[in-house]
Write a protein of this length. Structure first.
Ligand code: PAF
Length: 283
């Protein structure tokens, strides 16, 4: 496995194969591993980037304490047969006196966009830069960050970026909690209680799919979460193409949620097909 610590080193890599790319911020877990498995295909080279992107963190967010576990991350990449890893420095991605950012409108504005102003500007900017550096044929993202996927798809369409975006299912713990690098901020006790979030999502979705009144169900589910120590930022039933809220059941729509639990911000989303997931059933 090649490891490149700068963009110029990466550009000198003599790879002839089309690339399948998995951009990450490190602190790799089984969710990332599932993307790496998807990226390993005959006739393609797989590339992972590890870069904690400063521009997608707000001033009061966890950029400085975001877990940095490079040695373990490289081992995960090695175990998954990744061909090359790019680990650039901040100055390599954001040259001194840079003055260009990508701003996506529409799908980037509500929910995560409203609670984390400028977050998606940072995501779109770094992802476009990484695409320009890596020049992948395909890029893989996890559905756990549903709105991020929509923002990247919008950007790729709008800016005619020659890459195909693949969105892969959320990986979950046995009790249903979606895997996230930030789960490691939870104490053992909070971690156990956090599984109430996917449990409520599942119940909420079940009620919506039975044709019950959507705003009422969203309200009572938010209340149930609040009664169990969750500070709900949003719980919404949306069309994943537009991120507009919906009042009626449609099998394409998804429930999205963001809630803080004991100071840790958790996001998740589920759709009808996820109700079959065994791990969610256990919650
Ligand atoms: O999902 C992430 O880990 C990040 O937002 C990404 C896509 C690697 C951009 O920094």
């Amino acid at each position: 496995m090649k490891v490149f610590y700068s963009v110029s080193e990466f550009r000198s890599w003599e790879n002839q194969l089309p690339v399948i790319f998995v951009p990450t911020m490190g602190a790799l877990h089984e969710g990332h591993a599932s993307l790496m498995r998807a990226a390993r295909r005959p006739g393609f080279a797989s590339v992972v980037s590890i870069f904690v992107n400063p521009t997608q963190f707000g001033p009061n967010e966890d950029f400085s304490k975001y877990p940095r576990t490079l040695d373990a991350d490289l081992e995960v990449c090695r175990q998954h047969g990744v061909d090359a890893v790019l680990v650039p420095e901040v100055v390599d991605i954001y040259p001194v006196n840079d003055a260009t950012m990508v701003k996506v409108g529409g799908v980037a504005e509500p929910y995560e966009g409203a609670f984390r102003p400028s977050h998606f500007d940072g995501v779109a900017t770094v992802v476009l830069k990484l695409f320009n550096i890596v020049q992948p044929a395909v890029a893989c993202f996890g559905q756990k960050d549903l709105q991020q996927c929509a923002v990247i798809q919008q950007m790729v369409r709008d800016l005619a970026v020659p890459v195909s975006i693949e969105v892969l299912p959320t990986m979950r713990e046995d009790d249903g909690l979606a895997l996230s690098s930030r789960n490691r901020y939870l104490s053992t006790e909070s971690r156990a209680k956090a599984a109430y979030l996917p449990h409520v999502l599942k119940e909420c979705l079940r009620s919506i799919s039975q044709g019950l009144d959507v705003p009422k169900i969203l309200d009572s589910s938010s209340q149930a979460l609040a009664n169990n120590g969750f500070e709900v930022q949003y719980l919404a039933w949306i069309d994943p193409l537009t991120f507009e809220p919906q009042a009626k059941f449609d099998p394409r729509f998804r429930l999205v949620v963001a809630a803080k639990f004991e100071g840790v911000r958790l996001i998740d989303n589920i759709g009808l097909q996820d109700l079959d997931l065994v791990s969610i059933e256990k919650a």
